[in-house]
Design a protein around this ligand. Structure first.
Ligand code: PMP
Length: 445
Protein backbone atom coordinates (compact mmCIF):
# COMPACT_ATOMS: atom_id res chain seq x y z
CA UNK A 1 0.00 0.00 0.00
CA UNK A 2 1.36 3.40 -0.94
CA UNK A 3 1.09 6.12 1.75
CA UNK A 4 3.29 8.74 0.14
CA UNK A 5 0.75 11.57 0.21
CA UNK A 6 -0.20 10.91 3.86
CA UNK A 7 3.50 11.00 4.71
CA UNK A 8 3.95 14.31 2.88
CA UNK A 9 0.88 15.85 4.54
CA UNK A 10 2.20 14.77 7.92
CA UNK A 11 5.53 16.36 7.12
CA UNK A 12 3.75 19.66 6.35
CA UNK A 13 1.53 19.32 9.43
CA UNK A 14 4.53 18.88 11.73
CA UNK A 15 5.64 22.42 10.82
CA UNK A 16 2.36 24.01 11.86
CA UNK A 17 0.66 21.71 14.37
CA UNK A 18 1.92 20.08 17.58
CA UNK A 19 2.69 16.46 16.75
CA UNK A 20 1.11 17.09 13.34
CA UNK A 21 -2.43 16.36 14.59
CA UNK A 22 -5.36 17.97 16.39
CA UNK A 23 -6.13 15.03 18.67
CA UNK A 24 -3.35 12.93 20.17
CA UNK A 25 -4.80 9.51 19.29
CA UNK A 26 -4.56 10.32 15.57
CA UNK A 27 -0.76 10.30 15.65
CA UNK A 28 -0.49 6.69 14.51
CA UNK A 29 2.91 5.19 13.68
CA UNK A 30 4.91 5.68 11.56
CA UNK A 31 2.69 8.58 10.46
CA UNK A 32 -1.06 9.31 10.52
CA UNK A 33 -3.23 8.15 7.64
CA UNK A 34 -4.91 11.27 6.23
CA UNK A 35 -8.55 10.76 5.25
CA UNK A 36 -9.81 11.95 1.88
CA UNK A 37 -13.46 10.86 1.99
CA UNK A 38 -15.86 8.28 3.32
CA UNK A 39 -18.04 5.81 1.46
CA UNK A 40 -20.60 3.89 3.55
CA UNK A 41 -18.65 1.71 5.96
CA UNK A 42 -15.38 2.48 4.17
CA UNK A 43 -12.89 5.31 4.25
CA UNK A 44 -10.54 6.32 1.44
CA UNK A 45 -7.22 7.86 2.38
CA UNK A 46 -5.25 10.66 0.75
CA UNK A 47 -3.38 8.11 -1.42
CA UNK A 48 -6.61 6.51 -2.64
CA UNK A 49 -6.35 3.39 -0.44
CA UNK A 50 -9.71 2.01 0.68
CA UNK A 51 -10.26 0.57 4.17
CA UNK A 52 -13.18 -1.03 5.94
CA UNK A 53 -13.53 1.52 8.72
CA UNK A 54 -14.40 0.23 12.21
CA UNK A 55 -13.08 3.37 13.94
CA UNK A 56 -16.19 5.31 12.93
CA UNK A 57 -14.79 8.64 14.05
CA UNK A 58 -14.23 7.11 17.53
CA UNK A 59 -17.93 6.53 17.95
CA UNK A 60 -20.23 9.23 16.54
CA UNK A 61 -20.88 7.62 13.14
CA UNK A 62 -23.88 5.36 13.77
CA UNK A 63 -24.60 5.55 10.01
CA UNK A 64 -21.05 5.29 8.78
CA UNK A 65 -19.95 7.85 6.24
CA UNK A 66 -23.26 8.06 4.33
CA UNK A 67 -26.09 9.73 6.17
CA UNK A 68 -29.67 8.52 5.58
CA UNK A 69 -31.62 10.86 3.31
CA UNK A 70 -33.79 12.44 6.08
CA UNK A 71 -30.67 13.22 8.14
CA UNK A 72 -28.95 14.75 5.14
CA UNK A 73 -32.10 16.82 4.39
CA UNK A 74 -32.35 18.04 8.00
CA UNK A 75 -28.73 19.20 7.91
CA UNK A 76 -29.20 20.99 4.57
CA UNK A 77 -32.36 22.77 5.72
CA UNK A 78 -30.60 24.04 8.85
CA UNK A 79 -27.60 25.41 6.98
CA UNK A 80 -29.81 27.28 4.51
CA UNK A 81 -30.57 30.15 6.91
CA UNK A 82 -26.92 30.69 7.84
CA UNK A 83 -24.73 28.64 10.15
CA UNK A 84 -25.90 29.85 13.60
CA UNK A 85 -27.60 32.68 15.45
CA UNK A 86 -26.67 32.99 19.11
CA UNK A 87 -30.42 32.80 19.72
CA UNK A 88 -32.45 29.75 20.72
CA UNK A 89 -34.04 27.74 17.92
CA UNK A 90 -36.98 25.31 17.76
CA UNK A 91 -34.74 22.40 16.76
CA UNK A 92 -32.86 22.42 20.09
CA UNK A 93 -36.15 22.20 21.97
CA UNK A 94 -37.25 19.30 19.77
CA UNK A 95 -33.95 17.48 20.28
CA UNK A 96 -34.17 17.94 24.07
CA UNK A 97 -37.76 16.65 24.03
CA UNK A 98 -36.68 13.56 22.07
CA UNK A 99 -33.86 12.73 24.48
CA UNK A 100 -36.05 13.32 27.54
CA UNK A 101 -38.71 11.01 26.09
CA UNK A 102 -36.28 8.12 25.59
CA UNK A 103 -33.57 8.24 28.26
CA UNK A 104 -34.77 7.21 31.74
CA UNK A 105 -32.62 9.68 33.73
CA UNK A 106 -33.31 12.75 31.58
CA UNK A 107 -36.02 15.32 32.27
CA UNK A 108 -33.95 18.35 31.38
CA UNK A 109 -30.80 18.71 29.28
CA UNK A 110 -28.11 21.29 28.49
CA UNK A 111 -26.39 20.89 25.11
CA UNK A 112 -22.69 21.76 24.83
CA UNK A 113 -20.00 21.17 22.21
CA UNK A 114 -17.93 18.16 23.21
CA UNK A 115 -17.89 15.20 25.55
CA UNK A 116 -15.17 16.96 27.53
CA UNK A 117 -17.32 20.05 27.99
CA UNK A 118 -20.17 17.80 29.14
CA UNK A 119 -18.12 16.04 31.84
CA UNK A 120 -16.47 19.30 32.98
CA UNK A 121 -19.91 20.89 33.36
CA UNK A 122 -21.38 17.80 35.04
CA UNK A 123 -18.63 17.79 37.67
CA UNK A 124 -19.08 21.53 38.30
CA UNK A 125 -22.85 21.00 38.56
CA UNK A 126 -22.42 18.14 41.05
CA UNK A 127 -20.06 20.25 43.17
CA UNK A 128 -22.44 23.20 43.06
CA UNK A 129 -25.51 21.07 43.82
CA UNK A 130 -24.01 19.19 46.76
CA UNK A 131 -21.67 21.88 48.07
CA UNK A 132 -18.93 19.21 48.18
CA UNK A 133 -15.65 18.92 46.30
CA UNK A 134 -14.57 15.29 45.93
CA UNK A 135 -15.27 13.22 42.85
CA UNK A 136 -14.86 9.43 42.61
CA UNK A 137 -13.61 8.17 39.23
CA UNK A 138 -12.60 4.74 37.89
CA UNK A 139 -8.99 3.81 37.23
CA UNK A 140 -8.77 3.40 33.46
CA UNK A 141 -11.96 5.37 32.84
CA UNK A 142 -11.86 8.34 30.49
CA UNK A 143 -13.91 11.51 30.64
CA UNK A 144 -12.12 13.74 28.14
CA UNK A 145 -9.48 16.38 28.62
CA UNK A 146 -10.59 17.77 31.99
CA UNK A 147 -8.49 18.67 35.02
CA UNK A 148 -10.55 16.79 37.61
CA UNK A 149 -10.33 13.44 35.81
CA UNK A 150 -6.83 13.53 34.27
CA UNK A 151 -5.81 11.98 37.54
CA UNK A 152 -4.39 8.55 38.28
CA UNK A 153 -3.31 6.49 41.27
CA UNK A 154 -5.52 5.44 44.16
CA UNK A 155 -7.97 7.26 46.40
CA UNK A 156 -5.19 7.61 49.00
CA UNK A 157 -2.49 8.79 46.60
CA UNK A 158 -3.96 10.44 43.52
CA UNK A 159 -1.82 12.56 41.23
CA UNK A 160 -2.25 14.30 37.87
CA UNK A 161 -1.79 12.00 34.86
CA UNK A 162 -0.45 14.82 32.67
CA UNK A 163 1.74 17.87 32.94
CA UNK A 164 -0.24 21.08 33.39
CA UNK A 165 -2.76 19.82 35.95
CA UNK A 166 -2.22 21.26 39.44
CA UNK A 167 -1.90 18.74 42.29
CA UNK A 168 -4.83 20.56 43.89
CA UNK A 169 -7.19 18.93 41.38
CA UNK A 170 -5.90 15.47 42.25
CA UNK A 171 -6.54 16.19 45.93
CA UNK A 172 -10.25 16.29 45.17
CA UNK A 173 -10.30 13.22 42.91
CA UNK A 174 -10.63 9.67 44.25
CA UNK A 175 -9.71 6.98 41.67
CA UNK A 176 -10.92 3.46 42.47
CA UNK A 177 -10.81 0.19 40.46
CA UNK A 178 -13.90 -0.47 38.30
CA UNK A 179 -16.08 -3.44 39.28
CA UNK A 180 -14.65 -3.51 42.81
CA UNK A 181 -17.60 -3.26 45.21
CA UNK A 182 -15.34 -3.31 48.24
CA UNK A 183 -13.23 -0.38 47.00
CA UNK A 184 -16.38 1.66 46.32
CA UNK A 185 -17.78 0.86 49.76
CA UNK A 186 -14.48 1.78 51.41
CA UNK A 187 -14.09 5.10 49.60
CA UNK A 188 -17.58 6.09 50.77
CA UNK A 189 -16.85 4.92 54.31
CA UNK A 190 -13.82 7.19 54.39
CA UNK A 191 -14.91 10.23 52.37
CA UNK A 192 -18.71 9.81 52.05
CA UNK A 193 -19.73 13.21 53.39
CA UNK A 194 -17.31 14.99 51.05
CA UNK A 195 -18.17 13.13 47.83
CA UNK A 196 -20.05 15.30 45.33
CA UNK A 197 -20.32 12.58 42.70
CA UNK A 198 -19.23 9.25 41.30
CA UNK A 199 -18.38 9.73 37.63
CA UNK A 200 -18.37 6.43 35.77
CA UNK A 201 -18.75 5.06 32.25
CA UNK A 202 -21.44 2.34 32.44
CA UNK A 203 -19.01 0.24 30.39
CA UNK A 204 -15.34 1.26 30.31
CA UNK A 205 -15.09 1.96 26.60
CA UNK A 206 -11.72 3.67 26.32
CA UNK A 207 -9.99 0.78 27.96
CA UNK A 208 -10.34 -2.26 25.75
CA UNK A 209 -14.03 -2.46 26.81
CA UNK A 210 -14.58 -3.59 30.37
CA UNK A 211 -18.11 -4.77 31.08
CA UNK A 212 -19.66 -4.15 34.50
CA UNK A 213 -20.16 -7.21 36.66
CA UNK A 214 -23.66 -7.90 37.88
CA UNK A 215 -24.71 -5.57 40.69
CA UNK A 216 -21.79 -3.13 40.40
CA UNK A 217 -23.76 -0.12 39.22
CA UNK A 218 -26.57 -0.96 41.66
CA UNK A 219 -23.96 -0.72 44.43
CA UNK A 220 -22.77 2.66 43.17
CA UNK A 221 -26.40 3.81 42.94
CA UNK A 222 -27.09 2.78 46.55
CA UNK A 223 -23.87 4.31 47.90
CA UNK A 224 -24.62 7.63 46.18
CA UNK A 225 -28.21 7.68 47.40
CA UNK A 226 -27.20 6.83 50.97
CA UNK A 227 -24.53 9.54 51.11
CA UNK A 228 -26.30 12.31 49.19
CA UNK A 229 -23.79 12.13 46.32
CA UNK A 230 -24.74 12.25 42.65
CA UNK A 231 -24.27 9.25 40.35
CA UNK A 232 -23.09 10.52 36.96
CA UNK A 233 -23.09 8.07 34.05
CA UNK A 234 -20.71 9.18 31.33
CA UNK A 235 -22.57 7.87 28.28
CA UNK A 236 -20.50 9.81 25.75
CA UNK A 237 -19.72 6.50 24.01
CA UNK A 238 -22.53 4.22 25.17
CA UNK A 239 -25.29 6.81 24.72
CA UNK A 240 -27.60 5.78 21.85
CA UNK A 241 -25.24 2.90 21.06
CA UNK A 242 -25.69 0.41 23.92
CA UNK A 243 -29.28 -0.34 24.88
CA UNK A 244 -30.65 1.50 21.81
CA UNK A 245 -32.49 4.77 22.41
CA UNK A 246 -32.68 4.17 26.17
CA UNK A 247 -28.85 4.06 26.33
CA UNK A 248 -26.77 1.80 28.60
CA UNK A 249 -28.69 2.92 31.69
CA UNK A 250 -31.87 1.28 30.38
CA UNK A 251 -29.99 -1.94 29.51
CA UNK A 252 -28.51 -1.98 33.03
CA UNK A 253 -31.73 -0.93 34.74
CA UNK A 254 -29.86 1.64 36.83
CA UNK A 255 -30.90 5.30 36.67
CA UNK A 256 -28.15 7.83 37.37
CA UNK A 257 -28.83 11.36 38.65
CA UNK A 258 -26.93 12.93 35.76
CA UNK A 259 -25.92 11.59 32.34
CA UNK A 260 -23.30 13.04 30.04
CA UNK A 261 -23.61 12.56 26.29
CA UNK A 262 -21.52 13.29 23.21
CA UNK A 263 -20.73 11.58 19.90
CA UNK A 264 -23.96 10.03 18.44
CA UNK A 265 -26.27 12.65 19.99
CA UNK A 266 -24.82 15.20 17.53
CA UNK A 267 -25.13 13.07 14.39
CA UNK A 268 -21.42 13.43 13.56
CA UNK A 269 -21.06 17.12 14.45
CA UNK A 270 -19.30 18.50 17.56
CA UNK A 271 -21.55 17.95 20.57
CA UNK A 272 -21.91 17.17 24.23
CA UNK A 273 -24.84 17.28 26.66
CA UNK A 274 -25.65 16.99 30.35
CA UNK A 275 -29.03 15.54 31.25
CA UNK A 276 -30.77 14.60 34.47
CA UNK A 277 -33.67 15.40 36.72
CA UNK A 278 -35.01 18.93 36.27
CA UNK A 279 -34.18 19.69 39.89
CA UNK A 280 -30.48 18.97 39.37
CA UNK A 281 -30.01 20.27 35.81
CA UNK A 282 -31.71 23.52 36.74
CA UNK A 283 -28.66 24.16 38.88
CA UNK A 284 -27.11 25.53 35.67
CA UNK A 285 -27.32 29.25 35.02
CA UNK A 286 -29.55 31.06 34.27
CA UNK A 287 -32.00 28.81 36.16
CA UNK A 288 -29.51 28.14 38.97
CA UNK A 289 -26.17 29.40 40.19
CA UNK A 290 -23.66 26.98 38.55
CA UNK A 291 -22.20 28.95 35.65
CA UNK A 292 -22.45 27.25 32.25
CA UNK A 293 -22.43 28.93 28.85
CA UNK A 294 -21.21 28.50 25.24
CA UNK A 295 -21.25 30.43 21.96
CA UNK A 296 -21.87 27.31 19.88
CA UNK A 297 -24.00 25.35 22.36
CA UNK A 298 -27.17 23.91 20.82
CA UNK A 299 -25.77 24.69 17.36
CA UNK A 300 -28.71 24.37 14.94
CA UNK A 301 -26.90 22.15 12.42
CA UNK A 302 -25.70 19.79 15.17
CA UNK A 303 -29.16 19.71 16.72
CA UNK A 304 -30.76 18.94 13.35
CA UNK A 305 -28.23 16.19 12.59
CA UNK A 306 -28.51 14.66 16.06
CA UNK A 307 -32.28 14.72 16.27
CA UNK A 308 -32.79 13.39 12.72
CA UNK A 309 -30.25 10.61 13.40
CA UNK A 310 -32.04 9.47 16.53
CA UNK A 311 -35.47 9.73 14.90
CA UNK A 312 -34.24 7.63 11.98
CA UNK A 313 -32.97 5.03 14.45
CA UNK A 314 -36.37 5.01 16.18
CA UNK A 315 -38.17 4.34 12.91
CA UNK A 316 -35.83 1.87 11.21
CA UNK A 317 -33.94 -1.36 11.98
CA UNK A 318 -30.74 0.54 12.79
CA UNK A 319 -29.96 -1.04 16.18
CA UNK A 320 -30.92 -4.54 14.92
CA UNK A 321 -28.46 -4.12 12.07
CA UNK A 322 -25.50 -2.67 13.97
CA UNK A 323 -25.94 -5.08 16.89
CA UNK A 324 -26.22 -8.10 14.56
CA UNK A 325 -22.96 -7.16 12.81
CA UNK A 326 -21.36 -6.55 16.21
CA UNK A 327 -22.35 -10.04 17.31
CA UNK A 328 -21.11 -11.60 14.04
CA UNK A 329 -17.74 -9.93 14.54
CA UNK A 330 -17.43 -10.91 18.21
CA UNK A 331 -18.38 -14.52 17.44
CA UNK A 332 -16.15 -14.72 14.37
CA UNK A 333 -13.12 -13.22 16.12
CA UNK A 334 -13.70 -15.50 19.13
CA UNK A 335 -13.52 -18.53 16.82
CA UNK A 336 -10.35 -17.26 15.16
CA UNK A 337 -8.75 -16.54 18.53
CA UNK A 338 -9.60 -20.06 19.74
CA UNK A 339 -7.53 -21.35 16.81
CA UNK A 340 -4.72 -18.81 16.64
CA UNK A 341 -4.40 -16.99 19.96
CA UNK A 342 -6.45 -18.76 22.63
CA UNK A 343 -5.21 -16.44 25.38
CA UNK A 344 -6.80 -13.40 23.71
CA UNK A 345 -10.24 -12.22 24.77
CA UNK A 346 -13.02 -10.78 22.65
CA UNK A 347 -15.09 -8.20 24.47
CA UNK A 348 -17.99 -5.92 23.70
CA UNK A 349 -21.75 -5.70 23.42
CA UNK A 350 -24.29 -4.30 20.97
CA UNK A 351 -22.30 -2.49 18.24
CA UNK A 352 -18.98 -2.37 20.14
CA UNK A 353 -16.16 -4.89 19.85
CA UNK A 354 -12.53 -5.26 20.76
CA UNK A 355 -9.96 -8.01 21.11
CA UNK A 356 -7.87 -7.66 24.25
CA UNK A 357 -4.47 -9.28 23.91
CA UNK A 358 -4.64 -10.83 27.36
CA UNK A 359 -1.54 -12.76 28.39
CA UNK A 360 -3.41 -15.42 30.29
CA UNK A 361 -5.91 -17.79 28.76
CA UNK A 362 -9.48 -18.26 29.91
CA UNK A 363 -9.87 -19.70 33.35
CA UNK A 364 -13.10 -21.51 34.09
CA UNK A 365 -16.26 -19.94 32.72
CA UNK A 366 -17.72 -20.34 36.19
CA UNK A 367 -15.34 -17.63 37.40
CA UNK A 368 -17.20 -15.08 35.45
CA UNK A 369 -20.46 -16.20 33.86
CA UNK A 370 -22.50 -15.98 37.05
CA UNK A 371 -21.35 -12.36 37.31
CA UNK A 372 -23.80 -11.84 34.48
CA UNK A 373 -22.30 -8.88 32.65
CA UNK A 374 -23.95 -7.69 29.44
CA UNK A 375 -21.68 -9.91 27.28
CA UNK A 376 -23.15 -12.09 24.59
CA UNK A 377 -24.35 -15.24 26.34
CA UNK A 378 -22.86 -17.33 23.52
CA UNK A 379 -19.35 -16.03 24.11
CA UNK A 380 -18.18 -18.82 26.41
CA UNK A 381 -14.86 -17.08 27.13
CA UNK A 382 -15.90 -14.98 30.07
CA UNK A 383 -13.20 -16.29 32.35
CA UNK A 384 -10.58 -14.13 30.65
CA UNK A 385 -12.66 -10.97 30.39
CA UNK A 386 -10.96 -7.93 31.90
CA UNK A 387 -12.68 -6.67 35.06
CA UNK A 388 -10.67 -3.49 35.64
CA UNK A 389 -8.66 -0.98 33.64
CA UNK A 390 -5.48 -2.54 35.02
CA UNK A 391 -6.37 -5.92 33.47
CA UNK A 392 -6.35 -4.29 30.03
CA UNK A 393 -3.18 -2.31 30.69
CA UNK A 394 -1.48 -5.63 31.53
CA UNK A 395 -2.29 -7.02 28.06
CA UNK A 396 0.14 -7.08 25.12
CA UNK A 397 -0.49 -3.45 24.25
CA UNK A 398 2.65 -3.03 22.13
CA UNK A 399 1.80 -6.06 20.04
CA UNK A 400 -1.57 -4.51 19.17
CA UNK A 401 -0.09 -1.22 18.11
CA UNK A 402 3.15 -2.21 16.43
CA UNK A 403 2.19 -5.47 14.77
CA UNK A 404 -1.52 -6.17 14.73
CA UNK A 405 -2.89 -2.74 13.89
CA UNK A 406 -0.32 -2.27 11.13
CA UNK A 407 -1.07 -5.72 9.73
CA UNK A 408 -4.82 -5.10 9.65
CA UNK A 409 -4.30 -1.74 7.98
CA UNK A 410 -2.23 -3.43 5.27
CA UNK A 411 -5.14 -5.85 4.77
CA UNK A 412 -7.44 -2.85 4.23
CA UNK A 413 -9.13 -2.94 7.65
CA UNK A 414 -8.93 0.11 9.86
CA UNK A 415 -9.13 -0.41 13.64
CA UNK A 416 -8.26 2.01 16.43
CA UNK A 417 -4.49 2.10 16.62
CA UNK A 418 -4.18 1.28 20.30
CA UNK A 419 -5.27 -1.55 22.53
CA UNK A 420 -7.52 0.72 24.58
CA UNK A 421 -10.09 2.32 22.31
CA UNK A 422 -12.84 0.15 20.91
CA UNK A 423 -14.31 -0.54 17.49
CA UNK A 424 -17.83 0.18 16.28
CA UNK A 425 -20.18 -1.18 13.64
CA UNK A 426 -22.47 1.15 11.68
CA UNK A 427 -25.68 0.96 9.67
CA UNK A 428 -23.60 1.31 6.50
CA UNK A 429 -21.47 -1.79 7.17
CA UNK A 430 -22.43 -5.01 5.41
CA UNK A 431 -22.05 -8.73 6.06
CA UNK A 432 -19.41 -8.72 3.34
CA UNK A 433 -17.44 -6.15 5.35
CA UNK A 434 -17.66 -8.49 8.34
CA UNK A 435 -16.50 -11.50 6.30
CA UNK A 436 -13.57 -9.62 4.78
CA UNK A 437 -12.62 -8.32 8.21
CA UNK A 438 -12.65 -11.82 9.70
CA UNK A 439 -10.39 -13.01 6.85
CA UNK A 440 -7.98 -10.22 7.77
CA UNK A 441 -8.07 -11.18 11.47
CA UNK A 442 -7.34 -14.79 10.46
CA UNK A 443 -4.37 -13.71 8.33
CA UNK A 444 -2.89 -11.19 10.76
CA UNK A 445 -3.44 -13.07 14.04
N1 PMP B 1 -16.22 10.68 27.97
C1 PMP B 1 -16.05 9.52 27.34
C2 PMP B 1 -16.59 8.25 27.94
C3 PMP B 1 -15.37 9.48 26.11
O1 PMP B 1 -15.20 8.32 25.49
C4 PMP B 1 -14.89 10.69 25.57
C5 PMP B 1 -14.15 10.73 24.24
N2 PMP B 1 -13.78 9.55 23.68
C6 PMP B 1 -15.10 11.87 26.27
C7 PMP B 1 -15.78 11.84 27.47
C8 PMP B 1 -14.61 13.18 25.74
O2 PMP B 1 -15.35 13.52 24.61
P1 PMP B 1 -14.75 14.56 23.53
O3 PMP B 1 -13.59 13.87 22.89
O4 PMP B 1 -15.90 14.83 22.60
O5 PMP B 1 -14.35 15.78 24.28
Amino acid sequence: MNHERSRQLYDRALSVAPGGVNSSVRATMPHPIFAERGDGGHVIDADGNRYIDWVMGYGPLLYGHDLPEPVEAAIQSHTAGGPMYGMPTEIEVEHAEFVARHVPSVESIRFVNSGTEATVSAVRLARGYTGREKVVIMQGGYHGAQESTLVEGTSDSAHPSTAGVPEAFAEHTLPIPFNDVEAATEVFAEYGDDIAAVLVEPILANNGIVMPVDGYHETLRDLCTDHGSLLIFDEVITGFRVGGLGCAQSALGVTPDVTTFGKIIGGGFPVGAIGGTAEIIEGFTPAGDVFQSGTFSGHPVTMAAGKASLEYAAENDVYDHVNRLGRMLREGITEICAERAPEYTVVGTDSMFKTVFTREGPTSAADCCPAGCLQDPECGRYGACPKTGADVAAAETDRWERVFWQGMKDEGVLLTANQFECQFTSYAHTEEDVERTLEAYRAVL
